[in-house]
Ligand binder design. Structure first.
Ligand code: GDP
Ligand code: ADP
Length: 210
């Protein structure tokens, strides 16, 4: 059925598991498009340009913002992050759903944008702050002082949980991934989103038969 694409926003304190959940959702539905952000943060080992992020110098990043090419942007942990606008609008026109891994500031800006009525937003909480720290350490990709900084900011991020449509406490990763698929399935079935349904139902009612 025809419908314009959904914008699915995933936010959480760093380390709660949103990248893992995003990956699971993309494996389940390969038609989903992941919104690749631009950032001034340095790549982590294994991160690929254009796949995980577009890694940019601060000057280049600011030029993209000044040219109006960012749907939203924000400073997180001392680095700039932003969502390139054009690929999102193109996916929406094509009826493709886009998945965003952005912080609360990005969530607010996308909700407030002209595309806001196509947004569904999901906040991922860790079972505890101790477990959050364990996950950041076990990921093994950030220096101890970087992890400490992320832990310090986690309360800030968590304080925005009530701005989201859905909340998942990510205790068991399989259960959380199932919950996420359920949310997306239900949202896609909302009557108002199935804009091609009117003619289909009229056709049903006009069908010859018993
Ligand atoms: P990680 O979340 O610990 O893997 O660390 P990252 O450096 O990849 O991301 C840090 C934070 O920036 C996370 O909260 C992301 O959700 C957020 N982020 C990533 N891309 C964007 C973006 O385009 N816009 C905004 N506003 N936040 C972003
Ligand atoms: P984020 O993208 O929110 O920063 P990640 O998805 O990178 O978080 O997850 C942080 C670490 O925690 C990773 O090593 C990941 O494998 C692990 N992790 C994610 N979800 C769970 C879970 N439910 N139980 C245990 N470990 C998890």
């Amino acid at each position: 059925m025809d419908r314009s694409g959904l914008l699915i926003i995933l936010s959480s304190p760093s380390g709660a598991g949103k990248s893992t959940l995003a990956r699971r959702l993309m494996e389940w539905d390969p038609t989903l498009r992941f919104s690749v952000s631009a950032t001034t943060r340095k790549p982590r080992p294994g991160e690929v340009e254009g796949d995980h992020y577009y890694f940019r110098e601060p000057g280049e990043f600011r030029a993209m913002v000044a040219a109006g090419n960012m749907l939203e942007h924000a400073e997180v942990f001392g680095n700039l992050y932003g969502t390139p606008r054009e690929p999102v609008e193109e996916a929406m026109r094509a009826g493709r759903d886009t998945l965003f891994d952005v912080d609360w500031q990005g969530g607010q800006q996308i909700r407030a944008s002209a595309l806001g009525n196509h947004v569904i937003s999901i906040f991922v909480l860790p079972p505890s702050l101790a477990e959050l720290e364990r996950r950041l350490i076990s990921r093994g990709q950030d220096a101890p002082e970087v992890i400490a900084g992320r832990m310090q900011k986690s309360r800030d991020e968590i304080s925005h949980w009530a701005e989201y449509d859905y909340v998942i406490v990510n205790e068991d990763i399989d259960q959380s991934a199932e919950a996420l698929k359920t949310i997306l399935t239900a949202e896609r079935l909302r009557r108002a989103r199935q804009t091609g349904l009117g003619p289909f139902v009229r056709g049903l009612m006009e069908e010859e038969g018993r």
